[in-house]
Structure formats: C-alpha cells, structure tokens
Design a protein around this ligand. Sequence first.
Ligand SMILES: NC(=O)c1ccc[n+]([C@@H]2O[C@H](COP(=O)([O-])OP(=O)(O)OC[C@H]3O[C@@H](n4cnc5c(N)ncnc54)[C@H](OP(=O)(O)O)[C@@H]3O)[C@@H](O)[C@H]2O)c1
Length: 352
Amino acid sequence: MEALVCKKLGDPTALKSSISEADNDSPIILSKTQPIPQLTTPTSVRVRVKATSLNYANYLQILGKYQEKPPLPFIPGSDYSGIVDAVGPGVSLLKVGDRVCSFAGLGSFAEFLVAEQDELFKVPDGCDLVAAGALPVAFGTSHVALVHRAQLTSGQVLLVLGAAGGVGLSAVQIGKVCGAVVIAVARGDEKVQFLKTLGVDHVVDSSKESVISSVKDFLKARKLKGVDVLYDPVGGKLTKESMKLLNWGAQILVIGFASGEVPHIPANIALVKNWTVHGLYWGSYRIHRPVVLEDSIRELLSWVAKGRITICISHTYSLSEASLAFAAIKDRKAIGKVMIAFDNERSVKSKL
Ligand SMILES: NC(=O)c1ccc[n+]([C@@H]2O[C@H](COP(=O)([O-])OP(=O)(O)OC[C@H]3O[C@@H](n4cnc5c(N)ncnc54)[C@H](OP(=O)(O)O)[C@@H]3O)[C@@H](O)[C@H]2O)c1
C-alpha cells in the first residue's frame, strides 16, 4: 500500500512539489511498498482510508517539536475516515462496507489502517465521508473544551483566537450552537469574510486593527461587560492582549501555541479576577476519560448530520502532494481544514 513515511525530522514543506519514493533530503517519502496492516485481534477492523486531515500537531511532529516524539521511521497522521475493508471474527458493531471515522496516535497517512471496533464511529447518512475525516481532532477538541470543560452557556461571550484555523473554526461553530455571543480573531480579508458567513457576532482582523479596542467597542455597543470564555490555540501576544478583555470569573482554555510562544498567565491576576485556567490535551482523554471523548464525537457527528455544524475544507491534496498540504498549514492559508484524500482526480480543490 501507499503511505507517507517520516524517515528523519525536518521541515516537510521544504520540498514544494511531488514527494518521491527516495529523496535523501526530504524528511518525508512516499512509500508504495508498505505492507497492508493485518487484523491484530478478533475484534479489530481494517479501514480503507478515504481521507485524513492535517493537524498542526502532525506538522510539529515531523519537525520534531511536538510533545509526543515517536521513534523513526513512522507514518504520521491522526484523524481519518474510510470504509470498513475487513473485520475480525469477534466484530459485532461493524460490517464490511460501513462508513467510519476515527483517530489514531499515528499512521493515518496511509491507504489502510487497523483499529479496534470500539475506536471507530459510524459516519451517519448525510455526512460527507471526506469531511468526516476532519472532524475528530479539531471538533473533538473544541467540543470537549467548550461543552465539557467550560460548560459554555447561552448568552456568554466567547472569544476565539486563530478563529479561521482548524480548531478555531470548530470552536466558533460550537460556540454558536451553545448560544454564545461569539467574537472571532483572524488575519486577512478572506478569513474575516468567511467567518462573517458563519454568523459570528464580531470579527477582528488582527492584521488591521487592535484586538483590544475592536472587542471593547463591540462589547460597549452590545452593552456587554467582557469576555466569559477565551478559546486560545495561538498563545503569545494575542493571549496577552485578550486577558485585558476578560470578565471576573472568566475561563481560559489553553489549547495550543500556533504562534510558537507559550503565553504567561499571571497567577496573581487569576486570583484577583477569579479566573479558571483549563489546560486541555484532547488526545489524553482517550486514556483518562474515554467516555467523554466518545460521547463528544457521537454528538458532533449527529450535529453534522442535522446541519447544525459544517466541516469546512479549504484545501484537498493527494498523498504525493503532502508537502503542499503542510505548506498550506505553515503559511496560514487554511480556512478550516486541509485534507489528504485518496483517489483524488484533481490535486487541489477549494470548497470555499
Ligand atoms: N490541546 C489539544 O488537544 C489540541 C488539539 C488540536 C490542536 N491543538 C493545537 O492548536 C493549535 C492550532 O491547531 P490547528 O490545527 O487549528 O492549526 P491551524 O489550522 O494551522 O490554525 C492555527 C491558526 O493560528 C493562527 N496563528 C497565529 N499566529 C500564527 C503563527 N505564527 N503561525 C501559524 N498560525 C498562527 C492562524 O490564524 P491567522 O493567520 O488568522 O492569525 C491559524 O489559522 C496548534 O498549536 C495545535 O497543536 C491542540
């Protein structure tokens, strides 16, 4: 089978063309001779992958800058969707031909993957299979953060940083489903216009205006005191500015550091203002609170089927174009998700 293999750490975007089978300079190669994984237990299931999403973490992992550092060589990739291809004799929940999605610690940038039956989620009718491959990590993270941890309620003010990115766009939509007043921060006209089409209450273009004054003007006009929940996948200067907008009793969701800078959240201010700081590592819920994670993905899939949320995909590539896919993430071009899909006829499609 075909798979993308990371054979050394480095920048996968350096090669801005097709990935070959043997390139000594590239950290990633396209292997066409990987063995098709066999069923490992009576309850395991083999999935023929239809689509797999790129998360910022996949990029960091190939760079060697992610918290989890697998031994080399490894097949990167986490969330995916596909069709059940083979089932073990003890599988009762799924059958060959079922549409499923899930996520793995590694290995989804490949044509086939093996998982336990209870790790897979049926993709409901009405939910596009490629889009389902983008749901688990991005929407799962935002759902656990906003619904389970912050318990966001109707009328609360939610401020989302990096709002046009993978996790950001999911947080914006989940915020609207919860009935929150949603303020989004993103850079550039295209992202701002797109966020407005989602019914966001206020969008700040961080390339043109000050986040503090723009949000303060909006809050004043709407007779709102401040921000109740800060969703922060960016860190750095934006976090520092956003803290000036938080209410007494606000909650800060620490999601990631796309800016490359871990923010400093002063404990003395948190004390005086009664803030709650939630560190959130979604993947670790599979080990520590699997039921929370599974319920969350099931609820999200039902929301997609009912049209309550939409999975936005701005770029889709083939496996051999993975370096371009990583470049779209690195260059901050993505609006929503970047995908690698199998059996693609065209190299890059835009659904925007
Ligand atoms: N805690 C968890 O369990 C969890 C789960 C998933 C992701 N994450 C983390 O969340 C962060 C975002 O992930 P993602 O998949 O949403 O990434 P993404 O799609 O690339 O979005 C990141 C967004 O951050 C903004 N940004 C600001 N400064 C940036 C910079 N210097 N470089 C790149 N982007 C910058 C960009 O928006 P503008 O260009 O509009 O500013 C971009 O849209 C990552 O740090 C990731 O590791 C954490």
